[in-house]
Ligand binder design. Structure first.
Ligand SMILES: [Zn+2]
Length: 390
């Protein structure tokens, strides 16, 4: 299975002339994007081959913008990709997209900047050389990867390289060694976006991811209601986008921390496995309006978190398993009795245990995962996930 990852790297300070050249290439790219956007809308052509013929081979784009030749092609290809997903989308800007074989990314002995990229621009043979602020963790990510098509974005006077790297990960069966297993189970929290419990032998280490997704959501709900009264639909849409960006960032941070914990256990010689509740019924559940509204909305964000965790874990060769979460929130992890969940507290009437409700759920998922792994099979398969961009 092939995985993709995009590293966002700040481009170092450029000389005035270099900066002007890069900005020029970037703006010319936007011209080509806008033209392609209108052209596709007007002619309703969604075939790459046809667009290449009409926009590129017949020279239409060359009259509109001055770009390095291969970059004309990435312009309309990018627009086409957006249009194929949604024909009605209005494109404003697309980062300058560079085909992987047209730029050179490399490491040097330079003390100030370890990494550079040489990119092609219109009218200058050999292109321009850009220094990169590569972070240490990004450098580590490069191991065993192939550089793929990448982008340059521009905002508030700064340029960023979005370097896409590709990695082949074997989706093989991994035998589980009972004595070495370190199981990290994650549950959808009611109070916290996620709760995990790491189980190594008989020891259990809980972690509460306290980032407040609910507060973010409540804040934006109020704002949206106010705008709704004023019928400011465009503003509402912008705000929705912003909200989902914030939620996405939170999920990135949490998933990164979870996978980091697994990697640390691996470094100590354990065999980490991550397990989560299976949310396959999420679409069915969303048809059932009204009831369990709160949990349902939380589940959407949890579903995204699961995707991120799975992807990041797979990137580092850590298997992920999904088990049915039915009953895990209502069952006492100590005696198996059905208990009551109230205001974040789980109470069992059988063994009179009181426990953090989210943690109780995570421990149940953990126990069920262990049963599943050792009763049914002694190996785990790395699951397939669609390519996800980070
Ligand atoms: Zn109990």
């Amino acid at each position: 299975m092939q995985l993709l990852k995009t590293l966002k790297i700040k481009i170092g300070k450029l000389s005035t002339s270099k900066s002007a050249l890069l900005l020029k290439e970037y703006s010319e790219f936007q011209k080509a994007v806008n033209f392609s956007d209108e052209f596709i809308d007007k002619n309703k052509i969604y075939s790459l081959k046809q667009l290449t013929k009409l926009l590129y081979s017949e020279g239409k784009l060359k009259k509109i913008a001055n770009l390095y030749s291969a970059t004309y092609q990435t312009a309309y290809t990018q627009v086409l990709n957006v249009k194929r997903r949604n024909k009605n989308s209005k494109i404003k800007k697309i980062p300058l997209t560079l085909r992987h074989d047209t730029f050179k990314f490399y490491r040097t002995r330079n003390k100030l900047f370890k990494y550079f990229i040489r990119i092609p621009v219109f009218g200058l043979r050999g292109g321009i050389l850009l220094p990169l602020y590569m972070r240490d963790f990004q450098e580590k990510d490069l191991e065993n990867c192939i550089i793929s098509d990448s982008k340059i974005s521009y905002s508030n006077g700064n340029f960023f390289l979005h370097l896409t790297i590709k990695k082949e990960v074997e989706d093989k069966k991994i035998p589980i060694q009972k004595e070495k297993i370190a199981l990290i189970s994650i549950d959808l929290g009611e109070r916290n976006p996620a709760v995990s419990v790491a189980r190594v032998g008989s020891s259990m280490t809980p972690r509460f991811y306290r980032e407040n997704i609910r507060a973010v959501r409540a804040h934006y709900r109020v704002l949206r209601q106010e705008l709704g009264k004023k019928k400011l639909l465009k503003k509402i849409k912008q705000m929705k986008d912003k909200e989902s960006r914030i939620t996405k960032n939170i999920n990135h941070r949490i998933s990164k921390a979870i996978v980091e914990e697994a990697k640390q256990l691996k470094a100590k010689g354990f065999q980490p496995v991550i397990s989560m509740g299976d949310l396959q019924n999420i679409r069915k559940a969303s048809a059932n309006k009204g009831r369990n509204m709160k949990r349902r909305i939380n589940q959407w964000s949890y579903y995204q978190l699961q995707q991120f965790v799975t992807y990041k874990a797979n990137w580092d060769g850590i298997p992920v398993c999904f088990i049915s979460e039915r009953g895990t929130s209502k069952t006492c992890h100590t005696c198996g009795n059905e208990g009551i969940r109230k205001r974040g507290l789980f109470t069992c009437s059988n063994c009179s245990m009181e426990y953090n409700a989210d943690l109780n759920g995570a421990i149940n998922i953990s126990t069920r995962s262990l049963d599943y792994m050792f009763k049914d099979r002694a190996s785990m398969t790395m699951p397939h996930v669609q390519n996800y961009k980070f």
